[in-house]
Design a protein around this ligand. Structure first.
Ligand code: SF4
Length: 64
């Protein structure tokens, strides 16, 4: 499974970067998935899913 942020939906409130800073980084406008962290490994899965549920804009997308 892969994770990405939809920049059209992201409002930059940085909830995801607080919940899961090892995967999400803020660039001053939007959040992004850090390079090389797109694959949702088993060890990161819980925190990434927590970020998905925490995002008020539904901007974090999980794709197979
Ligand atoms: S929680 Fe959602 S809206 Fe907020 S910075 Fe992250 S992706 Fe963007």
């Amino acid at each position: 499974m892969q994770v990405r942020v939809d920049p059209a939906r992201c409002q930059g409130n940085e909830v995801c970067t607080e919940v899961c800073p090892e995967v999400f980084v803020f660039d001053g406008e939007h959040a992004h998935v850090r390079e090389g962290m797109e694959e949702v490994t088993e060890e990161r899965r819980d925190r990434v899913e927590q970020a998905v549920m925490s995002c008020p804009e539904g901007a974090i997308l999980l794709e197979n």
